[in-house]
Design a protein around this ligand. Sequence first.
Ligand code: CU
Length: 643
Amino acid sequence: MSDKKLDTPNETVGLGRRRFINTAALAGLTVGVAACNDKPAAAPAAAPAAPAPAPAPTAHAGANVHLKPGELDTYYGLWSGGHTGDMRVLGLPSGRELLRIPCFVPDALVGWGITNESKAVMGTKPDGHLRYTVGDTHHTHASYKDGNYDGRYAWINDKINSRIARIRLDYFVCDKITQLPNVQGFHGIFPDKRDPVDQAINYTTRVFCGGEFSIPLPNAGIEDSSKYRSLFSCVDAETMEVRWQVLIDGNCDLVATSFDGKLAATNQYNTEMGAKYEDMMSAERDACLFFNIARIEEAVKAGKFKTIGSSKVPVVDGTHEANKDPKTALTAYVSVPKNPHGVNASPDQKYFICAGKLSPTVTVIELAKVLDWFDGKSEKLDDAIVAEVEVGLGPLHTAFDGRGNAFTTLFLDSQVVKWNIDKAIAFHKGDKNAKYVVDRLDVHYQPGHINASQSETIAADGKYLAVGCKFSKDRFLPVGPLHAENEQLIDISGEKMVLLADHPVRGEPHDFIIFKRDLVKPKQVYDLDHHPLAIKDPKESGVFRSGKKVTVKLTSQAPAFSMREFKVKKGDEVTLILTNLDKIEDLTHGFAIPNYNVNFIVNPQETASVTFVADQPGVFWCYCTHFCHALHLEMRTRMIVEA
Ligand SMILES: [Cu+2]
C-alpha cells in the first residue's frame, strides 16, 4: 500500500475522478514542519557561521506544541485505548500522556481487577473471579450541560462484551460498568447535550448506545441471518441502568444526538442485514437511522413495549414495518450512500453529517427537516438531505471548527479534507461554482477518527484538530512488526490546515474528545467518608477473626504501615483493608504481597481492600510498591501465615 500522493493538475470533485489534488496539503505540511522545529530552515552543516534570516512570516505558521518545562497544556484529550480496554488522558497541544484510566481490563499499576472495589465495578463470576478480562473501547464522550461539557462524567464503550463504563471526571476513575442486554458489538455512544431536556418526562442525561452486530433475539442459534436484528439502547447517566431499547432493522454503527434532545441517530452500514461482507456492501445506499426520543419515551410510558429473554428492559418496535406512518413513527430511515461510517452533529446545532466510507461523499442532513417529517409537515424524508457531495476516498469521521467548516478523514486518500457546509449545500442545490472544498492535508497514514477542540459543543473553538492515524509506518523508530499509532495534531485556526506534530501512541486508540482544561475540576485527595470501610485512625488497625474469615485493618502513612506485622492462619480467607491516611496530593502508597498475586495502590485518603486465601505458610514481606518517601524501601510489614 503506497501513501505517495500523485498530484493532479486541477482540483476536481467530479464523478469518476479517484484522486484529488494535493498541492495545498503539501504546502501546509512544509509550513507545519518548519513551525514544529521552531527554527528557520537550517543552513548547511559546513557553513554554520551566520544563522539564516528568519523567513517572512506566513499568514499562519501554526501554534507551538512544544511547551517549556513546567508549562501546562491548555486542553485535555480523552482517548479510548482500543483493546487495551482503557481510557487515556492526554494534555494538548503537547500530546503528553498523563494517565490511563483502566475500565474493562485489569491494570497492574493501580490494582484494577485486583482490589475488591474495582472487581465490584468490573463484575465477577460466582467464584469471585473477573467475568471478563478483555475489552475493546472505541468511543468516548463526556457529559454536557447546555450544549457544552460540564466535567461530571465521561463514558466509554466495550465492543466485545457490550459494556458501557462511566468515568468520574473529579477523580478520573471508572465507577460503574453496565452490560447492555441482548446486544453484541456495542459500538457508538453519545449522551444528551442538555440535562435534563424535559422535566415532564423527568429524566437526567441519557446515553445512547448502538448495537452493531445483528443477532437472533432472543439469541437461540438461528442460522438465517435475515431474521437477526439489533437494538439501540438508552442508558441513564446517573443510575447507569438501561432505560429502554429500540428494535431496529439493519445495524447501528456510530451515534449522534441533537442539541435539543429531540433526536438521536445512528449510521447503518448493513441495511442488507448480510452475514458476509459481500452481502453487507451489496446495496448502493444504506441509512442514517433517526430516533424520535420523545415518542419512544411516551411509548415506553404507555406500556407499548415487549421484553426479550430474561431482560426486563422495555423494547419498543423501531422496525420499518411498524413505523411507516410519520405521525406515529418512532424511527426514520434516511437513505445515505454506501456503508456510511461516522455520524456527527455540527456545532451550529442544525445538521448531522454522515461520511460515505465506500462512497466518496458526505451527506448533510438537516435536523429541522427530519422533525418536519415526523410532524407531518414534510412528505418526503429525503428532503432532509440538503447536501451530498464528493470529498475524497474513504470518508470516515467529521469534526467542526465552529466557523461553518467541517473536517473529514479520508482513510484511503490518507488525508483530511476541510470543507464548508454552507457551500456544500449551495453546490448540492445547483450552484456548481460553490467551491466547498477549502483545503486538503496529507496525514500519516490512513486516518480514522478525527476531532477538533470542543468540536461537537456549542463552544467549538476551531483551534486544534487531532487525527488518529492507524498506520505510522516510517514516522517513528521501528520497534519490531507492531508500530506505534500516530495521533497527529493540526492547527485549524487559519484558512489552511497546518500539521503541528506527530504524537506516537501505544495501540490501539480510536475515538477521542478534546476540551478546555477549565471544564474539569479534578480533586487531589479522596474523602475518607466516601468509603464505608475507611480506617480513620491507625488505632483501629488489627486482625479481626470470625471463624476462618479474617479481616486485617491497616493504614499507611509514609514511611510506615500501621502494623509492623500481622498473623493469620493457613487456610484463612483474608480480607485486607488499607486506608492511606496521608493527605498530600500524589502521596500514593502501594501494597504488594509476594507470591499472593496482590498489588494495588491507595491514593491519599483512599481505602481499598483485597480478599485472598492464605494458602501458603511462611513470612511474606508486604511492601510499598509506589515510591513515596526516602524510606520507601523500608516501608514494609510482615504477613506471617502460621501453618
Ligand atoms: Cu509508601
